[in-house]
Design a protein around this ligand. Structure first.
Ligand SMILES: Nc1nc2c(ncn2[C@@H]2O[C@H](COP(=O)(O)OP(=O)(O)OP(=O)(O)O)[C@@H](O)[C@H]2O)c(=O)[nH]1
Ligand SMILES: [Mg+2]
Length: 251
């Protein structure tokens, strides 16, 4: 369905490329299981996000990362924890208006958008929400191909999840070499998620993560919470400005 919708947008855009259309970008979302990748898309897109992949209740013993997963309570309910067991892909139009607000629209709305006169830019994003369990580690190796940007999520309350960031940075680096002999750098955004749990003393701050990763200048870091939405808007704005800069460099 995504493919057909994407084709439709491409056809419409070929007929009438709106002023400011930036093209189609593949955004690969990776990170260990339970980091909050699926929750990130839900937080970002609200009702527009319809997971295509199956979700299952998390097994807490399946692998090392799961075994250290922090369980917590929000209010009186024990949080229902789920895990993606396949791949979610979401095609979406991101619109930045002349008033600098950001909107998301389903791709099928492209024709209506062309009629509006308050649009600064339209981006078409395809988000890839990978399954994070170790038995699915082959998946980001495949989805990394052709990625225009990578979002690495880590559960900021979980050391094993943070340690796995380096693994995803390595995969990104490999893709840079595969695609362009390392010349074309893929923008990487590292999100240390679950910031809302800081009051419970579980949250490991960004400083220690920076320290762990070493050379950090090439990466953009944010502390995020998919419960409060903290850092999510900043991430998206920073993503589009980075992609925009890159598109200028490549001209
Ligand atoms: N407190 C808190 N919980 C979060 C946050 N983000 C995600 N969660 C919870 O953490 C659990 C895992 O989130 P998911 O988005 O399913 O994790 P995932 O990265 O998609 O995991 P996999 O699909 O297994 O790779 C869920 O119960 C979420 O509700 C956050 O910012 N704060
Ligand atoms: Mg998921």
């Amino acid at each position: 369905m995504t493919i057909r919708a994407t084709g439709h947008v491409t056809r419409v855009l070929k007929r009438a490329i709106p002023h400011g259309f930036k093209g189609v970008y593949k955004i690969n979302i990776v990170g260990s299981t339970g980091a909050g990748k699926t929750e990130f898309l839900r937080c970002l897109l609200g009702d527009l996000f319809e997971p295509s992949a199956e979700a299952q209740r998390r097994s807490n013993t399946e692998n090392m990362v799961d075994a250290t997963h922090t369980w917590f309570r929000i209010g009186r309910e024990k949080e229902e924890s789920t895990t993606t067991v396949s791949l979610n892909t979401v095609g979406i139009l991101l619109v930045r208006t002349l008033f600098n607000s950001i909107e998301f629209h389903p791709v099928k709305e492209v024709e209506q958008l062309l009629l509006r006169d308050d649009i600064e830019e339209i981006w078409q994003f395809v988000f890839f929400d990978n399954a994070g369990q170790e038995r699915f580690d082959f998946m980001p190796q495949i989805t990394m191909r052709g990625a225009d940007a990578v979002i690495v999520l880590a559960d900021g309350t979980n050391m094993a999840s943070i340690e796995k960031i380096s693994y995803f940075l390595e995969l990104t680096r490999e893709e840079e070499y595969r695609a362009s002999d390392g010349i074309n750098q893929i923008p990487v955004f590292i999100l240390l998620n679950k910031r809302d749990l800081i009051e419970r003393g579980f949250y490991i701050g960004l400083e220690s993560v920076r320290h762990m990763i070493g050379s950090t200048e090439e990466y953009v870091f944010y502390e995020t919470s998919m419960k409060t939405g903290e850092g999510v808007d900043d991430t998206i704005r920073s993503l589009i400005s980075r992609l925009y800069e890159k598109s200028l460099e490549q001209r």
